[in-house]
Design a protein around this ligand. Structure first.
Ligand SMILES: Nc1nc2c(ncn2[C@@H]2O[C@H](COP(=O)(O)OP(=O)(O)OP(=O)(O)O)[C@@H](O)[C@H]2O)c(=O)[nH]1
Length: 312
């Protein structure tokens, strides 16, 4: 996975600078305690908290893009880490009580940092709700990042099977229908050979995005296999699913795909199939039935093409 840390060089510099300032302040303004006066257990405890705080800040900067949420979380962690460092250093340095340096950092900067951190977390939860809304048609109610296909950004077949299983179980209680649709690109192998695998990957991504755009809020799209996509349609009768699949196939066919800087668009053919819970008692059964129908339609299409060639 690509790190986002390079986007945050300035923030990393601020973090290092603030820790360096705290250390320098203590070194200039304080006197080092006698070795025997130092409580090493306290240093260990406070040092662990500082290390964890820096680790959290590292995860944030490693994985998040730029923006207000990242800024708030980073400022919060900078203040909190500076206060934790001060807590450690006052075990090592004695500062004159009349100096407010120690109190200012521990009693003022620390609570300010925690307030900013809390505000950052609040913004993060708001942001997450907006992202969840966008992701709904790609993941529904369950997130498992290890099952994501990185070419299309969709989940893979095992995830879909699990979701169909959940849907069948809940449908037994509600007595509602559940349908699935399969879409398969025609001649993807020759597309790859003609335009290269990178263009093939780009096509898969665009097809995935278009499918997601064409389904409803509660439906779920996944990549089933190489050039095959599957959509789960909860509470949907087969007849409705057939209509939806035909519309999506039409929309996929009108996709204007441009390879490289070519101005001439390529239009891809698709084959689709629909199945519902009457086709089987388990997720595996229903998906197998849809696959068989799809293969059958592909064979028919190929035969038709060959007949047309012979006639021509
Ligand atoms: N670019 C790209 N190609 C892939 C990927 N996964 C599988 N493929 C290729 O997809 C092609 C699928 O070939 P086939 O199953 O014969 O499908 P097809 O050429 O569309 O044939 P029909 O389905 O019968 O029309 C193979 O060439 C695979 O190497 C991928 O992630 N990216």
């Amino acid at each position: 996975m690509k790190t986002q840390a390079h986007l945050h060089t300035l923030k990393i510099c601020w973090l290092i600078l603030s820790l360096a300032l705290v250390f320098t302040g203590n070194a200039i303004l304080g006197d080092v305690k006698a070795f025997t006066d130092i409580t090493w257990l306290d240093i260990f405890g406070e040092g662990s908290t500082l290390a964890l705080s820096l680790l959290f800040a590292g995860f944030i900067l490693h994985s998040r893009p730029r923006g207000q949420v990242t800024n708030m979380l980073t400022i919060g962690f900078i203040c909190f880490s500076a206060a934790m460092l001060q807590d450690i250093l006052d075990e090592i340095f004695v500062l004159t009580p009349s100096m407010l340096f120690d109190d200012a950092i521990e009693s003022v900067i620390a609570p300010i940092g925690i307030c900013i951190l809390a505000y950052g977390l609040y913004l993060w939860s708001q942001e997450q709700q907006a992202i969840n809304e966008q992701l709904r048609r790609r993941e529904r109610f369950y997130r498992e990042h290890s099952s994501i296909d990185y070419i299309t950004g969709l989940y893979t077949a095992p995830y879909m099977e699990q979701q169909i299983k959940f849907e069948l179980e809940s449908q037994q209680a509600s007595n509602e229908a559940t349908a699935i649709m399969l879409f398969d690109i025609d001649g993807f192998d020759s597309f790859n050979r003609q335009y290269g695998d990178a263009e093939g990957d780009r096509l898969l991504k665009q097809v995935a995005d278009l499918i997601v755009m064409n389904i409803r809020r509660n439906d779920l799209a996944c990549r089933y296999a190489s050039d095959r996509f599957i959509v789960l349609l909860p509470s949907t009768a087969r007849s409705t699913a057939e209509v939806m699949a035909t519309e999506i196939s039409r929309s996929l066919h009108s996709l204007s795909f441009h390879t490289g800087s070519n101005t001439q668009a390529i239009h891809i053919e698709f084959t689709h199939a629909v199945a519902d819970q009457t086709d089987g008692t388990s997720a595996q059964h229903i998906v197998n039935t849809a696959n068989r129908m799809l293969e059958q339609r592909k064979r028919e299409k190929k035969e038709q093409r060959q007949q047309l060639k012979v006639v021509a």
